[in-house]
Design a protein around this ligand. Sequence first.
Ligand code: ASP
Length: 418
Amino acid sequence: MTHGTSSKLTRNIMIGMVSGLVLGCLLNLMGSNEFVQNIVIGGVFELGGRIFMASLKVLVVPLVFVSIVCGTSSLDDIKRLGRIGSKTMGLYILTTALAIGVAILVAVIVSPGAGFTMTAPSTYSAAATPPLLDVIANIFPSNPFKAMVDAEMLQIIVFAVLFGVALSLSGAPGKRISAFFNDLNEIILKMVMMLIGFAPYGVFCLLSKTFALQGFAAILPLAKYFFVVLGVLFFHAIFVYGSMLKIMSGLSPLTFFKKYKEVPMFAFSTASSNATLPVNLEVVEKKLGVSNSIASFAIPLGATVNMDGTAIMQGVATVFVAQVYNIPLGFTEYLMVILTATLASIGTAGVPGVGLVMLAMVFRQVNLPVEGIGLIIGVDRLLDMVRTAVNVTGDAVVSCIVAKTEGQLDMKVFEADN
Ligand code: ASP
């Protein structure tokens, strides 16, 4: 993508977002007009949005598989794979725990739930917490095709890494198949580029529909909760990620954010880390200069296990609901929240709304009423969009840090003006 087309695309996506947001809010204010509801919102925007989401998601499984096979088979030193893996995982867990810790701290200080008069909560049925044993066992696939059909990311990653390592150890046959996979990778990336071209329209449809259904009015009764989550999300994205980049890798946060901005826009519009995966991989490799062997592994892994934005919502929501129901939580409970939320984020995929399911697990752990989720559900869709943007940014930051410290980040690409 040349500089001109890239910035034109970014500009068009921005236009799609802003006009979708404005139109959606206007439609929401207009109230219930049958034509608008059924034909415009439920028809045109719904269809456009669904096609756009499907076109992003259709690439995820082939892209992740092929790209990881290429990445691992090009690693000449297998030991390095273990080091990169543990560094990436370590940073993911660290950032998630930090995110939720800060969120709890800020929420305790601001007390968003104090003085909140409870409205009758809608019921929310809780999902059971998966036992740790299951979380770990489920990472290992028993049938690679089933894993792909079900889009089980962690299982696909494990199989692809094994396959890639075997390729690199297989001599001449390995070389032949590697060349094939490298060609396939180019073709899939081409498909990504083709589909990204339609993003401005897709983003417009998604946002028009969401805001037409939500409107801004939903925020008012929960303004304090909403803005605490939003504040911590921005703090984490700008200050925590910015200083991590600077301190751990010496990279310029400004350059990072300038070149990365398209990806959070995708994440915001789709509210899905998984759907954003193809764009995230493309930008992290082609614009930030992270090598394929690191990006192909760290970005898909992050889309599943690293959800800092979601963790922030959970931290604030826990404190909020505890305050609303007047249930005192102590240090041990908060520690429990940090542990459960971090663990839950490892076992759940990045799709819209999954944060609430994970929140139900957290509530159960510390004996908070799960119905409390009914209180915050009204503003969750909007927060979901913002926290997904933070989730994907975290994956890219960690990929850059790991790549830079492993000598796998091309500074020429990172600093280039594209
Ligand atoms: N939508 C988020 C994601 O895909 C997950 C969540 O917080 O609900 O990353």
